[in-house]
Design a protein around this ligand. Structure first.
Ligand code: GLN
Length: 533
């Protein structure tokens, strides 16, 4: 076999067409056929990573096991493929320029004028080939963020053109995803935006090999033939992506249209028998035929934009299906919750989850939510800031430490039950400086967490600066909020539970980053079980 094969996924007409889902679906199908596949996302913005972005800007910041703060599409890649991604799987324009400028300062360019072509494009190509290096993968799928025609995407598109030329058409193909809008007034699906978008791509020297047409309505064969003819693409390389009720149906829709076969053929790779996708179909069937139904409140401060909690929402889908339970998520703004209305807002929910977050906005609503769950014996899962809020609430109302707080919010509090980690005290820069990525945790066998995981040693992903303040360890434990998960190297508290409660768990780490279709996260599975009860 030739070396690694590369598939590029570009988008046209508009953003948010679901390039990430198409990339992940194709990868899933190729993986089911026995190929080892990875997916990379190239993001055209100038931030070095999305870690410094407000979730309102760009949705959730996803964290990899190796501690990279990345685009939320990497979450989809992991959820579909059940294979961890890494720093190399997400590259931004900021990171590209940073490396080139660092090299320039070191004098590596030997007096040359440093330019977009070839220096920036060379660095882009190096980053693409880097994921493919080391014989780990047969196929690398690289999703180019943004829309063809954007000024900031140009160097990426040019790099793809060069790679196609350098490695040959059987080693590099381009899938272009566009929109076919439906005009209800005339009852027609229109292909012109797609034709224009392909023309735009052609102007940069790239002839797409496959077209995926995102559409609300089924497209006729005649329409697809027309697109094929005018866009110079084989007829069977025009595939539709009709809106579906769940993103997890997309791989099956692509399989039905043979997208994976077309791709393999174009890459001159053998096409064997169709993958049966048994586990995947079993998951879909459970998802669509639930025996139970629960409503869970997700209390956070970015709820206007559900993408801000993407991984949590997906974890509910995975753990719901595994419990054969439909999980309705009610997004609740923590700023709306007051002492007067907390019972009416949260009443009737089968469980509550307090979300991760930063800063003081909406914090008291999160603390009230923890109190409500504790006092009413409602299943509670607190993630990162959510756990910290549960600790603050317990300190104030059970330990009677009046005004207890996290020093993130009130650095003058008399009772800093959540405090800045020692190693964070000298940190000034904001980018990439939190406690990030996978760390070990040892679980007490006498805990809900142990029941969920079934093992005493786990590794979970982190993204925080503050921690449970050790000084209060015994006081909490003696009053029934027990630290049941501890990092063996740093002694940091990773999990707290309330013993006298149906299901009350707070975790300093982010279980939502590692839940996948095939392996729903055990804590979410156990939480939903408690909600059903
Ligand atoms: N703001 C808190 C901290 O930095 C929690 C972070 C989070 O929820 N991801 O520790």
């Amino acid at each position: 076999m030739a070396d690694v094969k590369y598939v590029f996924v570009t988008g046209g007409v508009t953003s948010s067409l679901g390039k990430g889902i198409i990339s992940a679906s194709l990868a899933k199908l190729l993986q089911s056929r026995g190929y080892s596949v990875t997916i990379q996302k190239l993001d055209p913005y100038i931030n070095v990573d999305p870690g410094t972005l407000n979730p309102y800007e760009h949705g959730e910041c996803y964290v990899t096991l190796d501690g990279a703060e990345t685009d939320l599409d990497l979450g989809h890649y992991e959820r579909f493929l059940n294979v961890p991604t890494s720093q190399a799987n997400n590259v931004t324009t900021g990171r590209i320029y940073q490396s080139v400028i660092n090299k320039e300062r070191k004098g590596d360019y030997l007096g040359k004028t440093v330019q977009v072509i070839p220096h920036i494009t060379d660095e882009i190509k190096r980053r693409i080939k880097l994921v493919g290096s080391g014989n780990k993968f047969d196929i690398v799928i690289t999703e180019i963020g943004g829309t063809v025609g954007d000024i900031e995407s140009l160097p990426y598109i040019e790099s793809v053109r060069q790679l196609k030329w350098e490695l040959g058409t059987h080693n590099v193909i381009v899938i272009h995803l566009t929109l076919v809008p439906y005009l209800s007034s005339t009852g027609e699906s229109k292909t012109k935006p797609t034709q224009h978008s392909v023309k735009e791509l052609l102007e940069t020297g790239i002839q797409p090999d496959v077209l995926v047409l995102r559409t609300e309505k089924n497209l006729s064969d005649e329409l697809k033939r027309k697109v094929a003819l005018f866009c110079n693409v084989e007829e069977n390389a025009v595939v539709q992506s009709v809106d579906v009720s769940t993103i997890y149906e997309v791989p099956i829709k692509m399989l039905e249209q043979g997208l994976d076969k077309t791709v393999l053929r174009k890459l001159a790779l053998p096409v064997d028998a169709e993958p049966p996708m048994i586990e995947w179909r079993r998951f879909l069937s459970k998802l669509k035929n639930p025996k139970h139904s629960v409503t869970v409140g997700l209390v956070g401060k970015y709820v206007e934009l559900p993408d801000a909690y993407k991984s949590i929402a997906e974890s509910f889908i995975h753990s719901g299906a595994s419990n054969e339970c439909e999980v309705n998520v009610r997004y609740i703004h923590s700023e709306d919750i007051t002492e007067e209305n907390v019972n009416s807002i949260l009443g009737g929910l089968n469980g509550v989850l307090v979300a991760p977050g930063f800063g003081s906005r909406g914090i008291e609503g999160k603390i009230l939510t923890a109190k409500y769950a504790r006092e009413n014996n409602v299943p509670f899962l607190g993630i990162c800031l959510g756990m910290q809020c549960a600790v603050i609430e317990f300190a104030r109302n059970v330990l009677k430490l009046e005004g207890a707080h996290s020093t993130e919010i009130n650095h003058k509090t008399k009772y800093p039950v959540i405090d800045l980690m020692e190693e964070q005290k000298s940190v000034i820069d904001k980018g990439g400086t939190m406690r990030l990525g996978g760390y070990k945790c040892i679980i007490d066998e006498n805990s809900l967490a142990y029941k969920a995981y079934g093992v005493t040693e786990i590794i979970e992903r982190h993204r925080h600066r503050y921690e449970f303040n050790d000084k209060y360890f015994n006081e909490f434990r003696n009053h029934g909020m027990v630290p049941v998960g501890i990092n063996p190297d740093s002694n940091l508290v990773e999990i707290i539970e309330i013993t006298d409660h149906i299901w009350f768990v707070g975790v300093q780490f982010h279980p939502e980053y590692s839940s996948t279709v095939i392996k729903p996260h055990p804590l979410f599975v156990s939480f939903i079980k408690a909600c059903i009860k």
